[in-house]
Design a protein around this ligand. Structure first.
Ligand SMILES: Cc1cc2nc3c(=O)[nH]c(=O)nc-3n(C[C@H](O)[C@H](O)[C@H](O)COP(=O)(O)OP(=O)(O)OC[C@H]3O[C@@H](n4cnc5c(N)ncnc54)[C@H](O)[C@@H]3O)c2cc1C
Ligand code: SF4
Length: 499
């Protein structure tokens, strides 16, 4: 019990940076810090072991760093956030509790209800109110428009008012299939686990997935190492192969920075600055730097803005009334003969990670075309990926991957058959299914389900002019009855873990 009356600053598990707005101008004598590890949250899902570890370890390390700076930190292990807050207020003389605005809609409501003073969040470059302002005059909120607006207003990768290199978009250079030369890919440093990590691991629930081995940064210092190594070794070839997938390689040249950004260990503006500097110094080509800056300044900020604009109803969207459970193969309780899914699951089990195209075109695509319920899918992905957070999962899963918002975010569903996966990965070569076949025992499940998806959802999709070619092709198929039959079989086998 400390009886000196002071204000409390509550810091959440994704605000782990000394520059957060709630800490600005604060000195150790002015305030007390509260951090709460909620057992209810830890027990709410079947978390991937590395996901549980990275969050709790980063929180505990940040608490230690604040103590080293002289702050009094009350780190509560509590059954719930509410209980942690109550116990803190009972044990200390608290004049006021304030917090930087959290990243989830529900948690913001919880803070409001409990009288916490909320300070605007400074972890994004574009605040959600600026995004809402930008969105006002537009019928459609397209990423490309938002991204160009961000580049112009912040003068990022610009040259005399024009985009550097004279083009906004290098996507056409950045969609190469995986190289066949057996090259090696950057290999990220592993950060040795310390006694704090060992303590955490001894008390976390079992979860699933491989035990942590130090791949994911848990301190700002480690995150800065990850950023430097990406800029030096990954960024130069990031663009060309950003959509490619390889069974033997889990991340290719992707940055693996998402967990550090989402925990607050890094600020997006410092990541952007490092990438732009590499371009200005001639250390990385424009297609790679533009492709990467598009992710950070475009996609990440756009997703944040959309989340706050459309919540809370958005999370419950289910345009196709999809009602299937998450299949056993995703839960890790069944094996599969689909090579692409099998290798995506291997990477997920090993690292709690899959890169963007694997998330979208393997996990998302299968869930979309098989009719997996969007909320169940969001729940599963949230528990399974090291970088998950509601603000980023909901728009990416419900909007982008499953088109459950009926097209508010994407102009058409990201549905594809085996042909796309065959072009962009090396999985089909070792698969017992044939990506070109849509019927028969060896027909690729993705190919069958793709045509069946268009057929089943014709009423909702056929007026979309961006799908005119696909529906034209569907109408020319003379085996649609067999496709329907095979699709029923595929969906049943997927549901019982026998595909
Ligand atoms: C179905 C689905 C679920 C996803 N779930 C998450 C999630 O829970 N957490 C998460 O951070 N990202 C999520 N993403 C977005 C993206 O796939 C990951 O950010 C990325 O794969 C992380 O790996 P990386 O750091 O190596 O990224 P890189 O490919 O190196 O990209 C750099 C950074 O750009 C940002 N970024 C790129 N695309 C997006 C996007 N669509 N939304 C938000 N940020 C983006 C991330 O911060 C990422 O670290 C999801 C995408 C899909 C399709
Ligand atoms: S054939 Fe189909 S299931 Fe097999 S790896 Fe290719 S896309 Fe995946």
């Amino acid at each position: 019990m400390s009886d000196q009356a002071k204000q409390t600053i509550w810091i959440f598990g994704d605000q782990l940076n000394p520059d957060i707005s709630s800490l600005q101008g604060q000195t150790p004598g002015d305030c007390r810090i509260l951090m709460v590890e909620s057992l209810q949250k830890l027990k709410s899902r079947n978390w991937h072991a590395q996901r549980q570890h990275v969050v709790v370890s980063a929180m505990m390390h940040f608490a230690e760093e604040l103590r080293e700076k002289g702050f009094e930190v009350d780190y509560q292990l509590a059954t719930s956030f509410k209980k942690g807050l109550e116990r803190h207020c009972q044990n200390n003389a608290v004049t006021e509790v304030s917090a930087m605005e959290p990243s989830s809609w529900k948690f913001r409501k919880f803070l409001e209800k409990n009288g916490i003073r909320i300070i605007p969040n400074n972890q994004f470059i574009c605040s959600y109110s600026e995004f809402a302002e930008w969105s006002k005059s537009r019928k459609q909120l397209r990423l490309e428009d938002f991204y160009r607006w961000q580049r112009k207003r912040l003068t990022v990768l610009m040259s005399d008012g024009d985009p550097a290199g004279g083009r906004w978009n290098f996507d056409s250079d950045n969609r190469e299939p995986p190289p066949k030369d057996g090259r090696s890919w950057p290999s990220p440093a592993k950060f040795p686990l310390d006694p704090t990590d060992e303590l955490i691991l001894s008390r976390l629930s079992d979860g699933w997935g491989k035990y942590p081995e130090g791949i994911w940064p848990v301190t700002r210092a480690q995150a800065l190492v990850r950023l430097r190594e990406f800029i030096d070794t990954g960024l130069p070839q990031f663009g060309t192969y950003e959509d490619a997938m390889l069974a033997s390689e889990w991340k290719l040249s992707h940055s693996c920075l998402s967990s550090s950004l989402n925990l607050g260990l890094l600020h997006p503006s410092e990541v952007l600055a490092a990438a732009e500097k590499a371009y200005n110094e001639g250390a990385a080509p424009l297609n790679s730097v533009e492709g990467f800056i598009r992710q950070i300044l475009g996609w990440r900020e756009y997703i944040w803005g959309l989340y706050w604009l459309w919540m809370p109803d958005y999370a419950e969207s289910n345009f196709f009334s999809a009602d299937q459970d998450v299949p056993p193969v995703f839960l890790g309780t069944a094996e599969t003969s689909m090579s692409c899914v099998s290798s995506a699951m291997n990477h997920l089990r090993e690292y709690g990670y899959a890169h963007h195209i694997v998330r979208l075109m393997i996990f998302g695509n299968l869930a979309l075309t098989a009719g997996i319920n969007p909320q169940a899918m969001t729940k599963w992905m949230t528990a399974s990926f090291v970088d998950s957070s509601e603000w980023v999962m909901v728009p990416n899963v419900v909007g982008m991957a499953l088109y459950a918002d009926g097209g508010s975010m994407s102009t058409k569903p990201y549905a594809s058959g085996g042909a796309y996966i065959n072009r962009m990965s090396d999985s089909c070569r070792t698969c017992s299914f044939n990506p070109k076949k849509r019927i028969g025992e060896d027909a690729c499940p993705f190919t069958t389900l793709y045509w069946d998806f268009l057929d089943r959802n014709r009423d909702q999709l056929s007026s979309n002019h961006r799908l005119a070619i696909q529906f034209g092709n569907l109408d020319r198929l003379n085996d649609i009855d067999q496709i329907r039959e095979r699709a029923i079989d595929v969906r049943e086998r997927l549901a019982i873990g026998n595909l």
